[in-house]
Design a protein around this ligand. Structure first.
Ligand code: NAP
Length: 320
């Protein structure tokens, strides 16, 4: 089968399509014909060698994907050959024609969701859900600022928060991004490149500040975030690409807290709860993954470059 293989860490050029053996299924495993694979910033951190939990080379990248089950091993009960599924990780990597998965890594994909959309589910939606409910404990009626709402995680967060009854304020850096964030359900949109864009939050929140901030670029925004929180406010640091100086006093008067998060830290029971919530949202139409760009498998290097560029406006997916 064709698969992207990284033989050594480096720039996008290290992602090369090779012919490799199609995996065999073992007990409690399933083999999926990958129709689409999702590209995430973490795939770049790994392939460049800049990530805390690096895979051993050679390896095939990708944790997100969607496709059809073509074989199941002994002991697999919750899915069958022919089922449409989305992948939440795999054993062999999703940037390939086939991916071998633990049975627990495949989840039913509703018929209304296309395979490219299915490849846009796991990391973005699970991250957004965990940040909102398992880290920030967001509640209906609260104000949430999705700081970086036009990307994969941000769009997911806007849809999930809107469906849960929060008032959603989303930021983007381009007109197209702002339009997309509005279309995905944000009550208000702000441009994070405009001067004093956060000044408007006081008015939008009746002078109270926001209860929850989902932060995609903490090294730029964390100190600003602390200044616009409500009493009892929570910031969840989802993304950060450097260091930042903060004034801790900004947390004191507000009883505010800063929560880190890393999706792989979710326990099995938390992950099960995340998938149950996501599947319900996909079925009832409140969650609608947005695909921004599609690339053929052999253009994986271009897809990885694109995911690090501003203005992605939805997920980037590879079509094996
Ligand atoms: P993405 O699709 O590339 O989106 C990046 C987002 O950041 C876009 O909405 C972009 O907006 C926005 N942005 C750019 N400049 C900004 C600024 N000054 N202030 C606020 N937002 C700004 O990436 P993603 O997949 O959504 O992931 C977002 C971040 O979370 C990445 O750093 C990723 O590595 C991280 N992440 C972490 C976890 C975890 O477990 N902690 C899981 C998944 C992702 P414009 O392009 O419109 O300017």
């Amino acid at each position: 089968m064709r698969a992207v293989v990284v033989q050594q860490f480096g720039g996008p050029e290290v992602l090369k399509v090779e012919e490799v053996a199609k995996p065999d299924v073992g007990p409690n495993q399933v083999l999926v014909r990958v129709a689409a694979a999702g590209v995430n910033p973490v795939d770049v951190y790994k392939s460049t060698g800049h990530y805390a939990r690096l895979p051993e080379v050679p390896y095939t990248p990708g944790s997100d994907g969607a496709g059809e089950i073509i074989a199941i091993g002994d002991g697999v009960k919750h899915v069958n050959v022919g089922d449409r599924v989305y992948l939440a990780g795999s054993i062999t990597g999703t940037y390939a024609e086939y991916a071998l998965c633990e049975a627990a890594q495949v989840h039913s994909l509703p018929d209304t969701i296309t395979f490219p959309q299915g490849a846009a589910i796991f990391v973005p939606y699970a991250t957004a859900y965990r940040a909102l409910f398992q880290r920030a404990h967001a509640a209906p009626g609260e104000f949430v600022l999705v700081h970086g709402a036009s990307g994969g995680v941000g769009i997911a967060a806007v849809q999930i928060a809107r469906a849960a009854g929060l008032t959603v304020i989303g930021t983007a850096g381009t007109e197209r991004g702002l339009q997309l964030v509005r279309e995905q359900g944000a009550h208000y949109v702000l441009n994070h490149h405009e001067p004093d864009y956060l000044g408007q939050l006081q008015k939008l929140t009746y002078g109270l500040g926001v209860d929850v901030i989902l932060e995609m670029l903490a090294n730029v925004n964390l100190n600003k975030d602390l200044g616009v929180l409500a009493v009892g406010g929570r910031v969840v640091v989802i993304g950060s690409r450097g260091t930042v100086e903060i004034d801790p006093r900004l947390t004191m008067g507000r009883d505010a807290s800063i929560h880190g998060m890393s999706l792989p830290n979710a326990q099995a029971h938390e992950m099960a709860s995340i998938h149950a919530a996501l599947i319900a949202g996909l079925e009832n139409g409140t969650l609608r993954p947005v695909v921004g760009q599609e690339f053929p498998l052999d253009q994986a290097p271009a897809a990885l470059e694109a995911v690090m560029e501003p203005g992605a406006n939805g997920k980037i997916v590879l079509l094996p």
